[in-house]
Design a protein around this ligand. Structure first.
Ligand SMILES: CC(C)(COP(=O)(O)OP(=O)(O)OC[C@H]1O[C@@H](n2cnc3c(N)ncnc32)[C@H](O)[C@@H]1OP(=O)(O)O)[C@@H](O)C(=O)NCCC(=O)NCCS
Length: 188
């Protein structure tokens, strides 16, 4: 099922044929530079199953992102419900992304993320969408800024699931966009 469509991309649930791409992005040291570790194939498979189920049960999640003309999967982009209390209240919606390196630099994630904001705020009537990343992850925070999200330094936090063995990856910056800000920007 296709959830979101853009001029160049579709965001859909995962297919068996996407497994290799999902394994690839989770094992690539460049893609995983700001995560505490890469995932083995079996860990990636387990994560893929969780992601698939989330999409089926909630109608949102980290969708497979594929090139529209060829259906080739290139990464993921989606809306999810992180468990990060007390830093983020239960029910907070996060926007997130991960793209195979050979597709970086084409504006794909910005295009998908803008469409996801419309999906969240217009089709699902969400009140706020947040995003967070390790502060040094400029490629990711650049996407947040391009799609109009606003830094909230007071909300920056140490990620509770980053182990003490990786202190430089603990601090996360928080960006937010409210429905009001989204609709105001759309009118101008
Ligand atoms: C974060 C990540 C998704 C960003 O990917 P990206 O390719 O830089 O982002 P976009 O798809 O929005 O592309 C933007 C780039 O494409 C360029 N571009 C080319 N054509 C474009 C177009 N038609 N429209 C917009 N930008 C375009 C932009 O100039 C920009 O290039 P720059 O990086 O040289 O400034 C990617 O680096 C990644 O997967 N990182 C690893 C995983 C990760 O850290 N995820 C986030 C965890 S919080």
């Amino acid at each position: 099922m296709i959830y979101v469509e853009t001029p160049r991309l579709v965001l859909r649930n995962w297919r068996e044929s996407d497994r290799d791409l999902f394994r690839e992005i989770n094992a690539d040291p460049k893609v995983m530079e700001y995560f505490p570790g890469r995932r083995s194939y079996s860990e990636a498979d387990a994560m893929l199953e969780r992601v698939r189920r989330m999409i089926v049960y909630h109608g949102i999640g980290f969708f497979a992102m594929a090139i529209k003309d060829t259906d080739e999967p290139i990464g993921f982009c989606g809306l999810a419900l992180p468990s990060l209390e007390p830093h983020l209240p239960k029910g907070t919606v996060e926007i997130g992304w991960r793209l195979a390196t050979r597709f970086w630099g084409n504006g794909y994630v910005t295009e998908a993320a803008r469409a996801l904001l419309r999906f969240g705020f217009i089709e699902h009537d969400m009140t706020e969408i947040v995003s967070f990343a390790v502060a040094d992850n400029r490629r990711s925070t650049a996407v947040m800024e391009r799609i109009g999200m606003v830094a909230d330094p007071a909300g920056d936090f140490d990620h509770p699931r980053v182990p003490d063995s990786h202190p430089h990856l603990k601090r996360h910056v928080l960006y937010r966009l409210t429905a009001e800000q989204f609709h105001l920007t759309r009118q101008t």
